[in-house]
Design a protein. Structure first.
Length: 442
């Protein structure tokens, strides 16, 4: 069996207006008939829902060995540093690695990391840290004894120091930096750490999809129309890529055009059930002069009720839905896929939202985290699947206590907003008179 990676929790500190908050996924049971995790995050505007999506984006960038420089703006500016901590499980028949990854970063791009594991099958455990100070002192790791675990000696320490300097200058993770991992492959003694780095890096490139509202906004403004596509290579592995299209005169190589046609098949199969009669089509393929390779121009059309028109003129709601439907297909089919979508309800009719969530809950295999304002999900998902934001920035996310299965969570949420009754306040009340007065003063 191939290893399966599943997130267990994420803790956020000093990200936007979240001083402290933690969200946990339900426990993973490899023997259960249904192994999916769904988490919906609900709360009033500006209460910290999107901060969780931003946090997963930063983790994704770090695991991929990429720079987080452009993401530092999500930090809480009034605080000297921010923290993210994720717990995840790497499950295999020969090992079960419970991994905790903690990263601290400042406005100056100073990144400090700690990674620990516990192998529940062998009983092995270890922990190692990295800071800028340990590099400057040539200690490399905390504790310094980990230098032997990672096989660092006088012959290769210079290579580690060079790689560490590069990660510091580029706002990258040290542990997941591609150059550092090349060194790990050569020198690492602890095989559990080697499995962690190998599987995490593979996972983040193929199984972790973060869809922020900014991508949907691009589509809504009509500037671009992103479409996520998944194709299968010769070895049977699925590969995700995102392309951007207009209505007429799209261009691509013969290989890109072939991948596009392949990627549209599963999208059309599913979306035709969500939007009856809808189909994406490629027409009017024509070769254009290019001295280097075969390049084709083509039209991307929408077909609805047997009428065809440029996809660029399709409704924003359908374009947003098309942009992430391939990710949902992957999450539905695979246990080791995480999809995070900000404002999932922005493009979906309320009743359809409930139907889609029920299908994923009943038969899906992967992990799905979304933010939403539409309360339909509260009527179709379990209480353990829903997290609420609070007005307390030191405890930003909670789940409701003392809720029975036969309680309507939507009605309960309205009651808690008005009367309280949970351990934290979940809504900062607005005054209609003050709102009216503010409009009148303009």
């Amino acid at each position: 069996m191939n290893p399966i990676l599943r997130f267990k929790s994420i803790r956020v500190k000093n990200i936007k207006n979240v001083i402290e908050g933690k969200i946990s996924f339900p426990d993973y049971d490899s023997e259960a008939e249904v192994r999916n995790n769904i988490i919906g995050i609900y709360g009033q505007n500006g209460s910290g829902k999107t901060a969780v999506v931003n946090a997963f984006r930063i983790i994704q960038q770090l695991f991929a060995g990429l720079s987080i420089e452009r993401l530092l703006s999500v930090r809480t500016i009034s605080e000297p540093s921010s923290e993210l901590e994720v717990e995840y499980l790497i499950f295999h028949e020969e090992y079960q690695l419970h991994v905790t990854y903690l990263v601290k970063f400042s406005e100056l791009g100073k990144v400090e990391e700690t990674i620990s594991y516990y192998n529940s099958l062998s009983g092995d455990r270890s922990k190692v840290g990295y800071t800028e100070e340990t590099i400057l002192s040539e200690q490399i790791f905390i504790p310094s004894a980990r230098k032997s675990t990672f096989g660092i000696n006088r012959q290769n320490i210079i290579k580690y120091l060079v790689a560490a300097t590069s990660t510091r200058n580029n706002y990258q993770s040290f542990f997941f930096n591609p150059e550092v991992n090349k060194l790990f492959n050569e020198t690492l003694v602890d095989n559990n750490f080697k499995l962690i780095f190998e599987n995490t890096i593979k996972y983040v490139h193929k199984r972790m999809y973060i869809i922020e509202h900014s991508r949907s906004a691009v589509s809504s403004f009509g500037i671009q129309h992103p479409i996520g596509l998944i194709t299968t290579d010769n070895e049977g592995n699925n590969n995700f890529f995102e392309n951007v299209f207009g209505g007429y005169k799209n261009q691509g190589t013969q290989e890109q055009l072939t991948k596009l046609k392949e990627g549209l098949k599963p999208i059309n199969l599913v979306i035709s059930q969500l939007v009856p009669g809808f189909e994406l089509m490629i027409k009017n393929e024509r070769r254009i002069p290019n001295p280097v390779e075969l390049v084709y121009e083509f039209d991307l059309l929408a077909k609805r009720d047997n009428m065809e028109f440029p996809y660029s003129y399709e409704s924003d709601g359908i374009k947003i839905l098309v942009s992430f439907i391939a990710n949902l297909i992957e999450m539905y089919k695979r246990e080791d896929v995480l999809v995070v979508i900000d404002e999932f309800d922005a493009s979906i009719f309320e009743f359809l939202l409930g139907e889609l969530l029920q299908v994923i809950k009943q038969s899906g295999k992967g992990q799905f985290l979304f933010t939403s304002h539409n309360l339909r999900a509260l009527e179709v998902l379990d209480t353990k699947d829903i997290w609420f934001t609070t007005t307390n920035p030191h405890n930003r996310y909670i789940q409701f206590n003392h809720i029975k299965n036969n309680h309507n969570l939507r009605d309960t949420y309205y009651r808690v907003i008005q009367l309280g009754g949970q351990k934290e306040e979940v809504y900062k009340a607005c005054n209609q008179s003050e709102i009216r007065r503010a409009f009148s003063k303009v």
